[in-house]
Design a protein around this ligand. Structure first.
Ligand code: ZN
Length: 409
């Protein structure tokens, strides 16, 4: 990831601070870890200069040395890593029907997490109050309090104004339009908060800790109630002119298809989002098809997750519904592959946990519909972090804020 994406404030820093921050980025994001001599090589600095920088970072408790590097014939190299005990970060994934949150140590290791159902269509104030309760309980469960948390990252399923810290005209959370999410959260918790689009954070999370490590051209597709894409192009998160880039859920995939939350017809989200998947399952049950979905609570309560679960257990009706959703996802993703030529597509979100039952139809359609050289260059894979992609991306952003503050001197 290029530094100007994550740290626009860099231009104001002095050279020593820039070297410190670049060192921290290499320590954080080099797959397999980085040693002092590797750092000197990558920064084009002398060993002595690197010794000074690392000395500062160790003294301020940000970094420590480990001897866990891979053996290369002789002595194991000593690697640098973030000091896990320097403080804690929180990542919150605000979904349409569920939220997930986790707290990690400074090195990104998860120490506690929680996931629960919550409908985003309630007022943002009541929603935040519920999340507040859950956050304090989660921290308490790890013998932590808000004072131990350095910063908090939040991902929401809609377009974001990152300057204002608000959601802008989000189709699946209409009551949140222009609500000052970041400000309210900062007041509630007394900690710095970053606010981003959930799919964008999914891309960041998978790039930093998951399937996309080292990739420069990556698209993360979040398949939940909404469908969105986070785009990492040439090593940078791409947001577009008004933060709406990657709204792949509102690409038309079926002429005269069903009405979408955005007001158009036949959008990908209306054909393959969680709501569409659940609706098809209810129709199948009501039509009397042989499926274990018929035995789930009441018909109205069948969710996309139920369908995914049944598909994994071998239910043919559920598998057919997931394959159809995969086909429509494939149509939109094939266009994305033709336009952006990514090297990796990561499919995430609750529904994607069933893996190849959804991925194989996507791969098939992308092979059929995109240009051969683009199709051959792209690997389509499930999110390695599973349900955690977005919340881990939120932790990456929270740590960016914490590092900005801890190195600002
Ligand atoms: Zn739409």
């Amino acid at each position: 990831m290029s530094l100007d994406t994550l740290y626009p404030s860099f231009v104001d820093c002095n050279v020593k601070n820039i070297n410190k921050r670049v060192s921290l980025e290499l320590i954080r994001f080099t797959p397999g870890g980085v040693s002092r001599s590797e750092l000197a090589r990558q920064l084009g600095l002398t060993r002595a200069a690197v010794t000074t920088i690392i000395g500062d970072l160790i003294e301020s408790g940000l970094v420590h040395e480990t001897e866990d590097g891979p053996a290369t014939g002789g002595r194991r190299p000593i690697l640098l890593e973030l000091n896990p005990r320097r403080g804690y970060l929180v990542g919150i994934d605000v979904g349409a029907t569920h939220y997930g949150m986790l707290v990690t140590d400074f090195s990104g290791r998860v120490v506690n997490e929680v996931e629960a159902r919550l409908d985003i269509r309630m007022s943002p104030d009541s929603y935040l109050a519920k999340v507040d309760e859950a956050l304090r309980a989660m921290l308490g469960g790890a013998q932590l309090g808000l004072d131990d948390v350095l910063a908090i990252g939040i991902g929401v399923p809609g377009p974001i104004s990152s300057e204002a810290g608000t959601v802008v005209a989000p189709p699946i959370m209409p009551g949140w339009d222009k609500y000052p999410v970041r400000l309210q959260a900062q007041e509630l918790w007394g900690r710095p908060v970053s606010l981003n689009n959930d799919a964008e954070l999914g891309a960041l999370g998978e790039w930093a800790h998951g399937a996309g490590r080292g990739e420069r051209h990556l698209a993360y597709i979040k398949v939940g109630t909404g469908v969105g894409a986070g785009l990492l192009l040439d090593g940078k998160i791409f947001r577009g002119a008004t933060g709406c880039a990657g709204e792949i859920g509102h690409v038309t995939v079926k002429d005269n298809g069903p009405l979408c939350t955005c007001g158009n017809y036949g959008c990908l989200e209306a054909m393959a989002g969680g709501g569409a998947i659940a609706k098809k399952a209810r129709e199948a049950v009501l039509a009397g098809k042989r499926t274990q979905l018929a035995s789930i609570r009441s018909v109205e309560e069948i969710s996309a997750r139920d369908v995914a679960h049944a598909a994994r257990l071998g239910d043919l009706v559920a598998q057919q519904i997931m394959a159809e959703a995969g086909g429509y996802l494939g149509i939109a993703i094939a266009s994305l592959v033709n336009v952006f030529n990514p090297s990796m597509i990561v499919i995430g979100g609750g529904v994607a946990q069933i893996g190849d039952l959804l991925l194989d139809p996507i791969r098939q359609v992308v092979r059929d519909r995109s240009l051969r050289s683009a199709a051959q260059a792209v690997r389509i894979t499930a999110a390695v972090l599973g349900r955690r992609s977005t919340s881990m991306g939120a932790v990456v952003q929270a740590l960016n804020i914490a590092l900005d503050q801890l190195t600002a001197n």
